[in-house]
Design a binder for this molecule. Structure first.
Ligand SMILES: Nc1ncnc2c1ncn2[C@@H]1O[C@H](COP(=O)(O)OP(=O)(O)OP(=O)(O)O)[C@@H](O)[C@H]1O
Ligand SMILES: [Mg+2]
Length: 259
C-alpha cells in the first residue's frame, strides 16, 4: 500500500481549453499533500487526472505522464477502472449511495471486485473499514439502516470507509470538509492523520488552517487571468509554504491578500 506519484509535464485540456499547464511534481507515499489556490486555478481538474477521472468528461484529455511507483497511468493498455480501484476519491459533498444501507455502502465497491464474498468476509470488511474511518462505534448497531440517514460528517466518513474498503494505494480528497461543521471537520482531519500511515493522501482545500494542520507538503496553484491555464507555482514543505515561501504570489495567497 501507499505509492509514490510522479507527475511529469502534465497539460490538462477540456476540448481546446488548456485548464492546467506544465505540472511536474512528486507526491510522496505515507504523507499528506495539500493543493491550495484560488477558485478556478485547476485544483479539481488536476487531482482528477491522478486517477484518470478527468477523461470521463467528453473531449477532456491530458498530455504528459503520471507515474505510480514508476508505472505511467496513461500508458496505452492501462485499464482506467483498475487505476480508479488503486486510487480512491472522496468528494466535496458526501455521496453515499442513497438506496443502500450503511453496510452495503461500505462493501459496494469491494463487491464489484469480488462477487463471491461470503457473509463473514463481508462483515469483517465492513467492520475493518468503518473502524479505519473512525465510524464503527457510531454505527455498529444500525448497519442495516440507510447510509443517507447519517449526519453529514458521518456520511463523509462512510464515504472514506467505502474508499478504503477496496484497499487503494492512494486516496484523493477534493475539499472533503467544505460541507461539514467544525467538529466533523476535525474528525476528518484526525482520520487523515491516521490514514497517512498507510496511504498516499492528496487533499484539495480552501482552508489554510486545514492545509497547515494536516499536510506535510503543500502545492500552490494559480492562474494569471480568466481563460489562462492554471499552473503549479510553488511546492514545498507545508511549514515553508506558510512561513517562508519563495514566490510573492504564494505569500499573498497564504496571507489572505487574494483568492
Ligand atoms: N467540465 C468542464 N468543462 C469545461 N471546463 C471546465 C470543466 N470543469 C472545469 N472547467 C474549467 O477548468 C478550470 C479549472 O477548474 P477547476 O474546477 O479545476 O478549478 P478549482 O481550482 O478546482 O476551483 P474551485 O476552488 O472553485 O473548486 C476553470 O476555468 C473551469 O471553468
Ligand atoms: Mg475544485
Amino acid at each position: 500500500m501507499s505509492k509514490r506519484i510522479e507527475v511529469k509535464d502534465l497539460n490538462v485540456y477540456y476540448s481546446k481549453f488548456l485548464a492546467v499547464e506544465g505540472v511536474t511534481m512528486t507526491i510522496e507515499p505515507r504523507s499528506v499533500t495539500a493543493f491550495i489556490g484560488p477558485s478556478g486555478c485547476g485544483k479539481s481538474t488536476f487531482i482528477r487526472t491522478l486517477n484518470r477521472m478527468h477523461e470521463v468528461i467528453p473531449n477532456a484529455r491530458v498530455e504528459g505522464k503520471v507515474l505510480m511507483d514508476g508505472n505511467n497511468l496513461y500508458d496505452p493498455g492501462v485499464d482506467p477502472v483498475l487505476v480508479r480501484r488503486q486510487v480512491g476519491m472522496v468528494f466535496q459533498r458526501p455521496n453515499p449511495f442513497p438506496t443502500m444501507s450503511i453496510r452495503e455502502n461500505v462493501i459496494a465497491g469491494a463487491k464489484l471486485n469480488n462477487q463471491r464474498m461470503s457473509k463473514k468476509e463481508g462483515d469483517e470488511l465492513v467492520e475493518r473499514s468503518l473502524r479505519g474511518a473512525n465510524l464503527w462505534e457510531e454505527v455498529k448497531d444500525r448497519l442495516d439502516r440507510p447510509g443517507a440517514g447519517l449526519s453529514g460528517g458521518q456520511q463523509q466518513r462512510l464515504c472514506i470507509a467505502r474508499a478504503i474498503a477496496v484497499s487503494p494505494e492512494v486516496i484523493l480528497m477534493d475539499e472533503p470538509c467544505s460541507a461539514l461543521d467544525p467538529i466533523s471537520t476535525l474528525a476528518i482531519e484526525d482520520l487523515i492523520e491516521e490514514l497517512k500511515k498507510d496511504y498516499t493522501i492528496v487533499i484539495v482545500t480552501h482552508n489554510m488552517q486545514q492545509a497547515s494542520r494536516v499536510s506535510d507538503r503543500t502545492a500552490f496553484f494559480n492562474i494569471a487571468g480568466t481563460g489562462k491555464p492554471g499552473k503549479l507555482i510553488e511546492y514545498d514543505n507545508t511549514d515553508t509554504i506558510f512561513s517562508n515561501p519563495s514566490v510573492q504570489a504564494t505569500e499573498d495567497y497564504v496571507s489572505g491578500k487574494f483568492g
